[in-house]
Design a binder for this molecule. Sequence first.
Ligand code: KG4
Ligand code: ZN
Length: 344
Amino acid sequence: MTVLALETSCDETGVAILRRRNGDSASDLLASEVASQIAAHEKYGGIVPEIASRNHLIYTPRLLDRAARAAKIGLSEVDAFAATSGPGLASSLMIGVSIAKGLAIGFGKPYLAINHLEGHLLSPFFGSGIGILPIPGTSAGSRCHVSLIVSGGHTMSIFVRGLSDYQLIGRTVDDAAGEAFDKVAKMLGLGYPGGPEIEKHARSGDPNRFDLPRSMLDSENFSFSGLKTAVRYLLPKLKGDFLADLCASFQQAIIDVLVRKTIAAAWKYRVNLVTVSGGVSCNQELRRQLGEACVHSGFEFKDAEPWLCTDNAAMIAFAGLLRLAAGFQSHVTEEIDPNLALAR
Ligand code: KG4
Ligand code: ZN
């Protein structure tokens, strides 16, 4: 079973081909191509939707060709075509979805509409067999778990009962964690994306030098805009060498909140497995501290491999393969949804 997936929800164009092994439910990644548009948007200080969608239109056919050559297969050998159908920028989603639908119709194969957040959520299990998550309506699969998704656009904790059976525990009421990293990095004159820049400076800094707020600790929801504002008010008062200490203190404030709420959710929902995914989970300190907190509480901990944390099509192909194997399919008349929800 071979799935080809397209990811064009924001400013990264991704194409991946994933094949499930015969007689074994694990899968092999045959190709994964990602074209970043960071340079095209940098001079505008943010993502320009019109430029993003035009670039997706230019890059997708090229990446399709490159992926098929890397995988050494013809597109006629693909068993299903998947694309991210939301959440994301409408004009960007439309490109990947339209191309995937066109391929599915042209080759007479199923089309799979994939939620971008489900791609992130499943990425810690990448390559594993379909039995990794309970499949609704069957007794197959393992156990429930708590999943933390932290990206540039989203911060949420999810109670995962099985494939496509998700319950929202908490979400950000304002900025996403990655958005806070990006905005604070901008205030500090650092480049985009801000997360890796802040992490780099934080390595040599003192996380206890600045006492920054940890908001809404008694809630299951998250809030990071107060932290961002605290940095904004603190900055003009600082003199001398403060960059590394401020980056470390800011990063630690985010990590404290994410770790504390995730562990509390795991206790509340009585699970013994915690996962983390999304761009912010590239952060080594977050991975280390969340991993240690899980060990301390007796929970198993699984993170996505770093190359799978930021946006890519391999995670969409994996979600597509699991869904196809579990008997899910989408209709080509299904629309994109820029606000597509993962769980309510
Ligand atoms: O998942 P992703 O590629 O895109 C969205 O779906 O939003 O996440 C991108 C976000 C950016 O905000 C970026 O600053 C953040 O992930 N990020 C990091 C790190 N690497 C990427 N944040 C903290 N530490 C990092 N090492
Ligand atoms: Zn993402």
